[in-house]
Design a protein around this ligand. Structure first.
Ligand code: GLN
Length: 244
């Protein structure tokens, strides 16, 4: 069998337990846009107990309730070393809310139960009684304005260990903690964020950044090949996201 040289291997991380407020839309958006750029996305739905795929070019993980986070915690630890290796090798990852918290050092619920994280991102999160809910608008140096929706009890603080805040909260929203105006965190090409939405259909520039990094990881470069129809479809999707 000859290798498909345009394939991108995408892991959807724990879609059964960690997938709320439409986070599946992120996987669909990546698959759609990758195809429109002439790549062949191969989606691996990875749930607790599954085999880890041989190639991984992009990891997408969603949010979840505290009990979803507890359900995947042991399995995530079993995969921790592999995930660290991929992160250090530059594999792009996007983790929303509940998985963002578990990619940090720990998440302590507002009942005081501490769930350890795998510490890919230097952040820690502490639950509070008041949930942070509402529209979220932020600015990131690479992606410009990003819009979405947040709903979390955890206040997240970014450590000074090479991890950087991902974005700055603009007009609307609380972001990481409601204190320092930061939102999300980034280390290597791993991005953690509170942006539900789904975030990628509304913010195609972020989807494209992830696809570019995934292609660079796999092939050393990003070479979009779109037919005229595909280029028109990309323009249509971009215009729709702008208007939303
Ligand atoms: N359970 C976490 C919190 O409330 C994450 C919630 C989420 O993923 N939306 O902080």
């Amino acid at each position: 069998m000859t290798e498909n040289t345009r394939e991108l291997a995408i892991v959807s991380l724990y879609p059964k337990d960690m997938n709320i407020y439409g986070d599946t839309g992120n996987v669909k958006t990546i698959a759609l846009r990758a195809r429109l750029y002439g790549y062949e996305p191969r989606i691996y739905k990875y749930n607790v107990g599954d085999a880890w795929p041989e190639h991984v070019d992009l990891v997408l993980g969603g949010g979840g309730q505290d009990k979803g986070q507890a359900a995947i915690s042991d399995d995530l630890f079993a995969r921790s070393q592999k995930i660290h290796e991929l992160a250090q090798a530059g594999v792009p990852m996007l983790l929303i809310c509940g998985l963002y918290q578990l990619f940090g050092e720990y998440f302590e619920t507002n009942e005081g139960v501490r769930l350890p994280g795998i510490n890919v991102l230097g952040v820690h999160t502490v639950g509070q009684d008041t949930r942070m809910i509402g529209n979220l608008v932020e600015h990131n140096a690479q992606c410009g304005t990003i819009v979405g929706y947040e709903n979390h009890s955890g206040q997240t603080f970014v450590h000074d260990d090479g991890t950087e805040p991902w974005a700055e909260v603009k007009a609307d929203g609380t972001g990481n903690n409601g204190v320092d105006h930061t939102e999300g965190a980034r280390k290597y090409n791993v991005i953690g964020t509170y942006m539900h939405g789904s975030v990628l259909p509304k913010n195609p520039q972020l989807a494209d950044l992830l696809i570019r990094k995934a292609a660079e990881h796999r092939y050393g470069n990003f070479e979009p090949i779109s037919t005229v129809e595909q280029a028109e479809e990309l323009n249509r999707l971009n215009a729709m996201a702008k208007a939303a």
